[in-house]
Write a protein that binds this ligand. Structure first.
Ligand SMILES: [Zn+2]
Length: 594
């Protein structure tokens, strides 16, 4: 028996409602409108948020939103999530930074959308737990990025990563593999940015970089509202005057705009891709076109940050309000910070020019090449950069032998990985001077380095040191910014000089500290560096800094040091006892690398 022919629908004869119903299959904003969705306590609409229409309608496989806060992107992706699960029958994962953040997010933002709509609520009737929702055979999961085991056993077709820069990066690859079995594999990441060229900022820069562009009502010039180009800072005599006199104006004709005028222009705005044709769709907009933010409010934050030096205010302005990467002083070295630590009349010697009796500390970052950083100075004395070089194993061994022959007091901290066998062999050879370094980032370690000397009785044949990574990098950078470590005046041109500076500068400024949650969701400061940007010299510098804490303090200027001042200087192991420490669990680090 043949099936009865289905009724043929002529698409040209659809009613207006019918057309909308068809459109709603593709476009989540049309669906939200005809469903009369209630979001955050009011009926959903795009009033004053015209910029979101294309975001709702963008069905590209890969979307990235480098967003400023309070612009409606999270709502857009919650609606898109519902739309994909209910209409496309896809399985989804909505990923948040922390596990502890999931419950309040789902109960506060997502569940009300369902609860306010009888049709949707009925669809989720069978299973509606906080972190797992099911309609028919389709699943929607809410998870935090911090717990890897929570990311198992949840095959999905699409993922939303909300506040990507606050996520535990180490688990994001695992999250991605949840889509391995799907033919769709749609991923959207949204975040206020943190560090430059990292996280959402790096992803945005790989995208087609769409900027919300508006036309001046006076001169018709199309422009993206940029803080530096569109904001004229007023009187900075006081915060109130600054708020009153700062305004937004046209980049071209310079005529000031009121907030109402900006809102009108933004209604007719459009997304202008800076790199058209790229596969990843990237969106960037800032609070200069926010319906809820006035320029007076932004001027107030700017004043607190720039005039009063309030770092949190600056972070709020650049990251949250303007959607731009920004690093606080202390989160990252800059060429200018290194510049101010240069000594006018000091040109760098090489390690062979180091005079006898000058205690030196050497850091070696091991990779394809060996990046070597050499400091003089110890104890409370300032450190001075006396050599920076890239070497191979043989040359490095020759340098060490030469130092020993010349009776130079030296300490070296060297990467234990990735050339473990080679590093261990050289560490055995120079057991009086050389320590193999292991990074870790403990919760409660209050010592930068835990030294574990070789011990013939237990068979440990080389020295090792466990280094608290964030603390050590902070210490090294802090010494530069406080001029407790000085550079030669030709520092900018060291190692492959470039247009502005050489490789040493480039690598010292590559890392930025960001705050991400630890496994328990507590904030934790870690250094990250953008993919593909080397940071070898920054680690070599850090190792050299750690090495210099082991050198006994000698109370005279480093350039005048002689061994006679410190007859016991070479017995490093005698110095070690006082530097032993305990880890979180109270274990003494006395041979933990067996
Ligand atoms: Zn104009």
């Amino acid at each position: 028996m043949a099936d009865a022919p289905s009724k043929i629908v002529d698409p040209t004869k659809l009613t207006a409602a019918g057309r909308k119903a068809v459109l709603s299959q593709a476009y989540s904003d049309v669906w939200a409108e005809i469903m009369h969705l209630k979001v955050d306590g009011r009926t959903w609409d795009l009033n004053q948020r015209a910029y979101l229409r294309d975001v709702y309608r963008d069905n590209a496989q890969r979307i990235v939103c480098r967003k400023s806060a309070q612009m409606g992107f999270t709502v857009a992706f919650l609606v898109k999530t519902l739309h994909r699960v209910l209409l496309w029958k896809w399985n989804g994962l909505y990923l948040l930074p922390t596990k502890v953040g999931v419950v309040p997010f789902v109960q506060g933002r997502f569940n009300p959308i369902i609860d306010e709509n009888a049709l949707i609520k009925e669809r989720f009737a069978n299973l509606d737990s906080v972190t797992h929702k099911r309609t028919g055979t389709n699943n929607l999961y809410f998870r935090g990025s911090t717990v890897a085991t929570d990311l198992r056993e949840i095959p999905v077709d699409f993922e939303i990563w909300d506040e990507r820069d606050k996520m535990a990066s180490s688990n994001l690859h695992l999250a991605l593999t949840r889509m391995d079995g799907s033919p769709h594999k749609h991923l959207a990441t949204l975040s206020t940015p943190t560090a430059e060229n990292w996280g959402v900022d790096a992803e945005y820069k790989d995208s087609d970089k769409r900027e919300w562009t508006i036309r001046c009502l006076y001169c018709n010039h199309a422009q993206f509202l940029d803080w530096h180009l569109n904001v004229e800072i007023g009187d900075t005599e006081s915060i109130d005057l600054c708020k009153e006199t700062t305004h937004v104006r046209c980049q071209k004709c310079k005529k000031p705009w009121t907030h109402g005028q900006i809102m009108e222009m933004a209604e007719e705005g459009f997304w202008d891709p800076q790199e058209p044709g790229r596969d990843i769709h990237g969106y960037y907009i800032n609070q200069l076109v926010s319906p809820t933010r006035s320029i007076a409010e932004l001027a107030e934050i700017w004043y607190k940050g720039e005039i009063r030096g309030d770092v949190d205010a600056s972070r709020e302005l650049w990251n949250s309000a303007l959607g731009l990467p920004w690093a606080a002083p202390g989160d990252r070295l800059t060429p200018e910070v290194i510049d101010q630590a240069r000594e006018q009349n000091y040109r760098m010697p090489t390690i062979s020019g180091v005079t006898m009796g000058t205690p030196i500390s050497i850091g070696v970052d091991v990779g394809k090449h060996l990046h070597v950083f050499v400091l003089s100075g110890s104890g409370d004395l300032p450190r001075r950069v006396v050599d920076v070089r890239i070497e191979d194993w043989n040359t490095l061994r020759n340098i060490f032998n030469d130092l020993n022959e010349r009776n130079i007091y030296w300490t070296c901290v060297m990467d234990a990985a990735p050339e473990k066998a080679m590093a261990e062999s050289i560490a055995r050879e120079f057991v009086g001077n050389l320590w193999l370094a292991y990074y870790h980032d403990p919760k409660n370690m209050n010592t930068m380095a835990a030294w574990s000397p070789a011990d013939p009785y237990s068979g440990k044949s080389y020295n090792s040191v466990r280094i608290a990574r964030t603390m050590a990098i902070d210490t090294a950078h802090g010494m530069i910014s406080r001029k407790r470590m000085t550079f030669p005046n030709n520092a900018r041109h060291l190692v492959n000089p470039g247009k502005d500076y050489g490789d040493m500068y480039a690598q010292l400024i590559a890392q930025t500290a960001v705050t991400v949650p630890d496994r328990m969701g507590n904030p934790r400061r870690v250094y990250v560096h953008p993919d593909g940007k080397p940071d070898h010299f920054d680690h070599a510098l850090t190792y050299a800094t750690v090495a210099s804490t082991l050198t006994p303090a000698i109370r005279s200027a480093p350039e005048n040091l002689r061994f006679e001042d410190n007859p016991e200087g070479r017995s490093i192991l005698d110095e070690v006892g006082g530097l032993f420490t305990q880890d979180d669990e109270g274990t003494v680090f006395d041979g933990f690398f067996d």
